[in-house]
Design a protein around this ligand. Structure first.
Ligand SMILES: Nc1ncnc2c1ncn2[C@@H]1O[C@H](COP(=O)(O)OP(=O)(O)OP(=O)(O)O)[C@@H](O)[C@H]1O
Ligand SMILES: [Mg+2]
Length: 437
């Protein structure tokens, strides 16, 4: 305690269970004296929760006991490398992170919690496992962690474990020796070597074949990479692992498709991303952001940006969003491509979800007195109801522009005027191609 409070160390190895003061107290004191010090907690009882507590409290990594000299050497090497990188880049390890400037959007409590955890773990080298439904932003968060880490000036290397058949994936990851298989006409380093010093992102980890999982585990344990067809250690790499899966890892372990030891190594800090349904309050901000971006891309910066009606925002917040943020992006791109400049977008402009209409039908005859009227009167009332609703929405959709409204409805303008008058709307409510109302 006297040493760590009186001097600055680059790297500290510290036992978790100590008396009379605990390793956690020593960790706190070290970081208070010098926040950049890399503290490695050594523990004979590497339960997930104690190592997670240590990481949350600011430890850089942990080392399970018993360990051998080469484990220590590899970890020390990684630590030294990290210290060197931090010096080279003169960056503070964590930037005070307003999330908007980093392009990661969302302020709902459930999303903020995930983002805060990502930010805290970014300063460490701990492995992170991100879970969440498809399209919730797992890769976005992995990238966020990399950009906020000391490794920012080194590569971020994503590998999709589901995209390649096993032999190809193996040689992509680990590289191969000349002659290892037909077509291997020269030595080739794998992506793990490419990622050296940086962050390795194992996407769709749940899809990785078991043989590859076993080889990955060896790299995680000692940092040593053996290329396919090689008898020896070809490289020692220093990478931070982030993995992602849209399946439940516990269920995958129960089914025997995910190795438990790999899970515990890769999942020191688990981050679960909420689905878009669980953070519906973020939908308006995300929708507006994507819509503006796509509008600028497809329609130019000078055309009048359409507005969102309340009912549109309502419908967006009620939607199921099975495809999460990615689906929201697609819907906004669709709207940006098709909307009229200056229009007010309604719920009807949104493409239906799985073929079902998003908004409720305009008229709900089941609830009305229509059924008690004579046939003609009922039919006229129903149609009048529909016409009024249609014209109101049409006017909004067209940005109150007469020619545009007629074009959208494929009606001639005289018929449209008559319809408007019938329902108490006046011509002067609309402009006609830029003329004042
Ligand atoms: N919080 C966010 N802010 C801004 N954009 C986001 C956010 N989350 C996701 N996106 C965008 O949504 C899309 C999907 O995100 P991403 O690819 O990270 O999802 P994923 O969880 O990896 O999906 P999958 O499981 O299908 O691979 C991307 O285009 C990304 O830019
Ligand atoms: Mg992904």
């Amino acid at each position: 305690m006297r040493l760590v409070t009186s001097r600055r160390f680059d790297v500290v190895f510290c036992d978790l269970y100590l008396t009379p003061i605990s390793g956690m107290e020593l960790l706190a004191a070290t970081l208070q004296q010098s926040p950049d010090t890399l503290v490695v907690m050594m523990t004979g009882n590497p339960s997930v929760s104690s190592s997670l507590d240590a990481i949350r409290a600011g430890a850089w990594d942990y080392l399970p006991k018993p360990f051998n000299a080469s484990h220590l050497q590899v970890l020390m090497g990684r630590a030294a490398h990290t210290v060197q990188l931090a010096r080279d880049s003169h960056r503070s390890p964590v930037q005070s992170g307003a999330s908007s400037e980093s392009g990661v959007l969302g302020t709902s409590p459930s999303f903020r919690r995930a983002l805060e955890l990502a930010q805290r773990v970014a300063a460490t080298d701990a492995s992170v496992m991100i879970t969440g439904e498809s399209g919730t932003g797992k890769e976005v968060i992995a990238n966020f962690i990399h950009r906020h880490s000391r490794r920012v000036n080194r590569p971020f290397v994503p590998v999709n474990c589901a995209a390649l058949p096993e032999p190809l994936l193996e040689s992509e990851l680990f590289g191969h020796r000349k002659g290892a298989f037909t077509g291997a006409d020269r030595d080739k380093p794998g992506l793990l070597e490419t990622a050296n010093g940086g962050t390795f992102f194992l996407d769709e980890l749940g899809e990785a074949p078991l043989s590859i999982q076993a080889k990955l585990l060896r790299v995680l344990q000692d940092g040593i990479v053996r290329r396919v067809g090689s008898e020896q250690a070809d490289a020692t790499v220093d990478v931070r692992f982030i993995s992602a899966t849209n399946r439940d890892p516990h269920e995958a372990m129960a089914r025997g498709v995910l190795r438990e030891d790999l899970f515990y190594r890769l999942g020191v800090v688990p981050i679960r991303l909420p689905s878009l349904r669980e953070r519906a309050e973020d939908i308006p901000v995300l929708a507006r952001h994507f819509f503006r971006a796509y509008w600028a891309r497809h329609r130019g910066a000078t055309t009048r940006l359409p507005a969102f009606s309340d009912e549109l925002l309502d419908a967006l917040q009620r939607r199921t969003w099975r495809g999460n943020v990615r689906e929201l992006q697609n819907v906004m791109e669709f709207l940006a491509v098709l909307a009229e400049p200056g229009a007010t977008l309604s719920a009807y402009d949104v493409p239906p979800e799985d073929g079902r209409p998003v908004a409720a039908p305009a008229v709900e005859p089941a609830q009305s007195e229509l059924w008690l009227m004579d046939f003609r009167t009922a039919k006229d009332a129903l149609i009048a109801n529909f016409e009024r609703e249609y014209v109101q929405r049409l006017v909004a959709r067209s940005g109150a522009n007469m020619s545009r409204a007629a074009r959208l409805a494929k009606m001639d303008r005289t018929t449209l005027y008559r319809l408007m008058e019938k329902h108490g709307m006046s011509r002067s409510d609309l402009t006609d191609d830029g003329e004042a109302a």
